[in-house]
Design a protein around this ligand. Sequence first.
Ligand code: ZN
Ligand code: ZN
Length: 80
Amino acid sequence: MTKTKLNSGYVDCACRDCVEIAITSGGPALCWECEEAGCSAEGTDECLRSDAYGQDEGPESDELIQEINSLLAQAVWVAS
Ligand SMILES: [Zn+2]
Ligand SMILES: [Zn+2]
């Protein structure tokens, strides 16, 4: 057998929700961000990264923009 299959290299992050690339030395591996966040390498739990999938974006940011716009409108009203 001259063919050697190395199990090390780049793999998909083992975290369930993560699409990052991780470096493995064989077996499931987490990308460094998931390592930092303490994600599960079994892929059984949701990603613990705070920035996963940009979950902070969404309806809330629309409301925030509306709030800023109304504040700006008020400021213009007061200034004129
Ligand atoms: Zn990851
Ligand atoms: Zn994760």
